[in-house]
Ligand binder design. Structure first.
Ligand code: ADP
Length: 192
């Protein structure tokens, strides 16, 4: 199963992706996690990305594509993947199509977790307290939501126009949302 998970910051993509990974036995590729690992390791890429991420802006398409190509060169992605945090703009959507075409793959579904803005702001405020992520400050959250509306919303329209979009209601318990996703991708009964 090859999945692209879409949704605003705080929509629950990361949490659901981690569960889907265990259920579907495919790797969870989170571009946010990959970038945070670079920042934590203090690599040149991480140093470049750090300020951009703290502001809530998008790291350059070039860096993202390089990271993704690198990740997709690992054998575990042959079985499938759950992509979380990419694509975030139309150029990245095109780059993903080209990368998958090069690998002779196609994704099965682009799943958008839909959560209204008010809930998103509440959730991110909660996460800021619990996790202390540098980009969960109120200014950065506001900015990330703007970036999402301006740059990532067109990706959703793009997949919708291409008949590749599946929308899932992201409001509910973690279990409820998880089962909605499984139902939406036709995987509700594969394992226990
Ligand atoms: P969230 O979706 O909650 O904002 P992520 O962990 O997905 O969190 O991303 C955190 C930050 O990492 C983003 O605000 C951005 O700066 C950077 N980032 C992640 N994925 C991408 C991407 N595909 N393109 C550009 N920047 C990205």
């Amino acid at each position: 199963m090859r999945l692209v998970l879409l949704g605003a910051p705080g929509s629950g993509k990361g949490t659901q992706a981690a569960r889907l990974k265990d259920y579907l036995h495919v790797p969870h590729i989170s571009t946010g996690d990959l970038l945070r690992a670079e920042v934590a390791a203090g690599t040149p890429l991480g140093l470049q990305a750090k300020e951009v991420m703290a502001r809530g802006d998008l790291v350059s398409d070039e860096i993202l594509l390089g990271m993704l190509e690198d990740r997709f060169s690992r054998d575990d992605t042959k079985a499938g993947f759950i992509l979380d945090g990419y694509p975030r703009n139309l150029a990245q959507a095109a780059a993903l199509d080209a990368l998958l075409a090069k690998l002779g793959q196609k994704f099965d579904a682009a799943v958008q977790l839909e959560v209204d803005n008010e809930q998103i702001i509440d959730r991110l405020a909660g996460r800021a307290q619990a996790e202390g992520r540098a980009d969960d400050s109120p200014e950065s959250v506001r900015h990330r939501l703007n970036v999402y509306d301006q740059q990532t919303a067109p990706v959703i329209k793009f997949y919708r126009d291409h008949g590749q979009l599946t929308i899932v209601d992201g409001v509910g318990t973690l279990d409820e949302v998880f089962h909605r996703i499984l139902a939406a991708i036709g995987q509700a009964q594969t394992t226990a």
